[in-house]
Design a protein around this ligand. Sequence first.
Ligand code: NAG
Ligand code: NAG
Ligand code: NAG
Ligand code: NAG
Ligand code: NAG
Ligand code: NAG
Ligand code: NAG
Ligand code: NAG
Ligand code: NAG
Ligand code: NAG
Ligand code: NAG
Ligand code: NAG
Length: 559
Amino acid sequence: MHTLNLHPVLLLLLLFSHLSCFHIVVPVSAKVLMSIDCGSSSLKPYTDKDSLVWVGDNQYVQTGETRNVITKDLPPGWDPHVMSTIREFRTRKKNCYSLDVDNKAKDSTSAEWVLVRASFYYGNYDNKSTPPTFHLQFNGNNWTQVVTSMERVVYREVLYPLNGKNTIIICLGQTKVDHLPFISALEVRSWDSYIYSNYTDPNYPLIFGARVAFGISAAIRFPEDSYGRIWNPRNPRAPMVSVGSNSTSLKANIDGNLPEIVTRTAAVNLNSSANITIWADRDPKFPVHVNLYFSEVMILNSTQKRSFNIIVNGFVFYSGELLQKFGPVSPPHGRALEVHFENVYVDPLFGYKIEIVRANGSTLPPLVNAFEDFYIGDKLVQGTNSSDVISLGLLQKSFPQLQDWSGDPCLPSPFTWDWVACDTDTDSPRVIALYLNDLGLTGSLPDFSAMDALETIDLSNNSLTNEIPEFLGKFSKLDTLYLEGNSFSGEVPCSLLKNSNLRLNVTGNPNLSLSNKNTPICRNNTESRIPSASNSENYIMSALQIIILGSIITQMRVM
Ligand SMILES: *[C@@H]1O[C@H](CO)[C@@H](O)[C@H](O)[C@H]1NC(C)=O
Ligand SMILES: *[C@@H]1O[C@H](CO)[C@@H](O)[C@H](O)[C@H]1NC(C)=O
Ligand SMILES: *[C@@H]1O[C@H](CO)[C@@H](O)[C@H](O)[C@H]1NC(C)=O
Ligand SMILES: *[C@@H]1O[C@H](CO)[C@@H](O)[C@H](O)[C@H]1NC(C)=O
Ligand SMILES: *[C@@H]1O[C@H](CO)[C@@H](O)[C@H](O)[C@H]1NC(C)=O
Ligand SMILES: *[C@@H]1O[C@H](CO)[C@@H](O)[C@H](O)[C@H]1NC(C)=O
Ligand SMILES: *[C@@H]1O[C@H](CO)[C@@H](O)[C@H](O)[C@H]1NC(C)=O
Ligand SMILES: *[C@@H]1O[C@H](CO)[C@@H](O)[C@H](O)[C@H]1NC(C)=O
Ligand SMILES: *[C@@H]1O[C@H](CO)[C@@H](O)[C@H](O)[C@H]1NC(C)=O
Ligand SMILES: *[C@@H]1O[C@H](CO)[C@@H](O)[C@H](O)[C@H]1NC(C)=O
Ligand SMILES: *[C@@H]1O[C@H](CO)[C@@H](O)[C@H](O)[C@H]1NC(C)=O
Ligand SMILES: *[C@@H]1O[C@H](CO)[C@@H](O)[C@H](O)[C@H]1NC(C)=O
């Protein structure tokens, strides 16, 4: 059976203020962190009409190609300059942007939230008239599927706490043959932790569904909404009408939450015996978080009363027990009331339904100003074990063939890097296999012994040289080691040859020392030997690796 778990919370937003107070308070922490014009290689930042400064994306992404888009049919509200270039990804199952943000909240207890918005304007840039579908990910987490459109700008938002991390990784995953992922714009805004998140578990992201304001004529965005949210206009269907507020005391962003204009109009049902119904078709896999906003549009006299109950999926919230606590909702004039519902159950057939029903004794029909909903996504992941990530970085540093892979190596499943396999059953996945065969790798192997969960290493059919390193014998779980078809020289570490549980193949390495019987000769730990000429070369190598390690740690902060 489906369980219903709703926690209604009433929140009075203190938009009310003295009439004499005219200054607009813009919340200090509603910061524009980054506005990236994807596909633009221009080195000169572009400033749009709202004074937002956009930069090109070259420094944030290693892969993909830039393309131009004709914007003559671009819908209003979107900047033609920003939408006129995209980055298209033709290869690899995932390609990632890596954005470093200055995170004030370094300790993970005070979670600073960010809003990330990715926008996609297809504009038939490839003349194929087939807007692609692909997958979007953030910091190793599934974000959402993107279904692009011939006409519209499609955008997706996610709100999540940084929890002490300061890199935002956004990846596009290819899910269909011939559907090439692309992106037009990427925006990051910091978020006051008390908005939405006061009543939200910091272990879960909020994945944007809809944000609608009734009766406004055009979408509201920055700077009217200091957080850069987009409020879309919605004209209520008859017999609903939109009604403007008579309040003169509304103040924009007094508490930083609701743009003033959203409180200026509401949808009212002219048929005073009818309900207002908000019905949303949503993916039943995830619970939904809903915010409703109410503000009285009239100055009521002593005989007028507007009050209503809110019913979610047939359950009355503002009556009965809760009625004694809060009473039915009576929206305030000149202020906004926010009512939110967490964990709203979504029916696979019907989605969810909210009814706003006139209460007993109300002389006026119900109204509603605005509503938003979010999916509550899966629990945020920790990311792949950092020792594994650092070791993979060493391999990438040594072998240019591997450098195009970015983002979390294991997550989200199944978007792992092509040349690794992972155990994703744990909170922090481990890399259990390296498939580095047939890649044209040359030179010697860096020390990746920190990846101690490895079970399979396939390095066959490359041009690797020097001795087979000692550390390969230290992996306690290793059962398969394919080294055939390389140019390894010298002897094979005894720890490998003597390990009867190991499937080892070293054939086709003509420079390996063989015994009379044509079997490899083994060598004991060479680390204790007096350095020879070739070993001093190894010493230089390991010194180099330490320097490399230092730079990799900063580059590879993927979690
Ligand atoms: C698409 O068609 C237009 C007009 O025919 C042409 O200018 C443009 O180069 C074409 N673009 C691609 C990617 O084929
Ligand atoms: C992430 O999304 C992909 C593609 O929709 C899906 O195959 C995969 O199971 C999801 N992973 C998780 C952990 O939900
Ligand atoms: C959120 O929580 C903080 C700290 O507990 C509190 O000061 C603030 O008033 C709360 N905000 C809202 C909108 O409830
Ligand atoms: C008002 O709504 C009620 C209930 O839906 C309906 O029975 C009635 O016909 C409506 N009246 C008008 C004038 O539309
Ligand atoms: C309004 O909603 C309530 C609660 O779901 C329902 O009982 C009632 O019949 C609805 N009224 C109309 C006119 O649809
Ligand atoms: C607002 O005031 C005007 C004039 O005072 C009046 O005509 C109008 O009906 C009022 N609107 C509402 C929603 O009360
Ligand atoms: C209150 O307003 C209504 C609607 O304008 C009007 O019919 C009624 O007479 C008013 N009552 C008082 C006491 O002013
Ligand atoms: C509404 O008011 C009427 C008359 O006062 C009363 O009989 C009825 O029980 C009330 N309904 C509810 C749901 O409180
Ligand atoms: C990574 O794995 C190693 C070995 O199991 C473990 O000691 C270490 O704590 C792990 N690191 C993280 C960040 O989980
Ligand atoms: C190595 O390459 C050869 C030919 O290029 C191929 O036949 C063989 O299957 C490869 N071996 C492995 C283990 O990939
Ligand atoms: C080792 O690899 C070579 C080349 O792929 C293959 O012919 C041979 O059978 C393998 N030997 C073992 C013991 O697996
Ligand atoms: C390696 O060390 C083992 C144990 O110390 C010893 O038995 C063996 O003979 C040594 N092998 C070689 C090739 O030195």
